[in-house]
Design a protein around this ligand. Structure first.
Ligand SMILES: [Zn+2]
Length: 209
């Protein structure tokens, strides 16, 4: 049976950031296949990809992006292939009309998950756009469409990188600080700097060898 392994992003812990470590190893490559179930803005998608690449690059990892609808790239033999489905409305259109009586960051929400079978993490994950829209609505209300999309995409990228870490390393136990914590403030995901710790970067490197 496949069960979601939700990662809760809530307003509890302020992360202590690890410094990025420059990799001298040959770059590993992974393929990430995206499935957009409803809609997503191109700008947010670009920002999301850039954020994932920025977070994985210190571990020497490069990402080949594909959409599920495009099918598998027969020209590239990826042994490390991951599938992320983006659920809900992944745009910031009309986000200013959303209203949460809990306020912009008061909600406890799951923004991402990785599937498990018999307690083993599978290379399939999900991102949840609707709760992210609700959570960011108030803070993005006065911003330009470009800025909204940029912030929305950056947060999605950080959540995706967290889920990819689960999927690539098979780790279920979270860190007590940094991007691989079990919970984050959405406000921090939108505004603070994040990186994987040197130990996490080593784990990522091992995962793609
Ligand atoms: Zn997690």
């Amino acid at each position: 049976m496949s069960l979601p392994n939700p990662c809760w992003f809530l307003a509890l812990v302020a992360p202590v950031l690890g410094m990025a470590e420059v990799s001298k190893d040959p770059p590993g490559r992974i393929a990430v296949y995206l499935g957009v179930e409803q809609q997503a803005s191109a700008q947010s998608l670009d920002q999301m990809k850039r954020e994932v690449e920025t977070l994985l690059s210190p571990a020497g990892i490069r990402v080949d992006w594909r959409f599920i609808e495009q099918g598998r790239n027969a020209e590239v033999d990826h042994s490390h292939l991951y599938v992320l489905r983006m659920r809900g409305n992944c745009t910031t259109e009309r986000i200013h009309l959303l209203f949460s009586e809990l306020g912009p960051y008061g909600d406890v929400i799951a923004l991402g998950s990785a599937s498990t079978v018999d307690h083993q993490i599978q290379p399939f994950g999900r991102l949840e756009c609707d709760p992210l829209r609700r959570s960011l609505a108030a803070s993005l209300r006065g911003e330009s469409p470009n800025k909204r999309d940029a912030v929305f995409g950056k947060v999605l990228g950080r959540v995706m990188a967290h889920e990819l870490f689960h999927m690539m390393t098979g780790q279920t136990k979270h860190s007590d600080h940094g991007l691989f914590q079990s919970s984050q403030k959405v406000r921090d995901l939108a505004t603070r700097s994040f990186s994987f710790t040197p130990a996490e970067q080593r784990a990522l490197r091992v995962a793609v060898q």
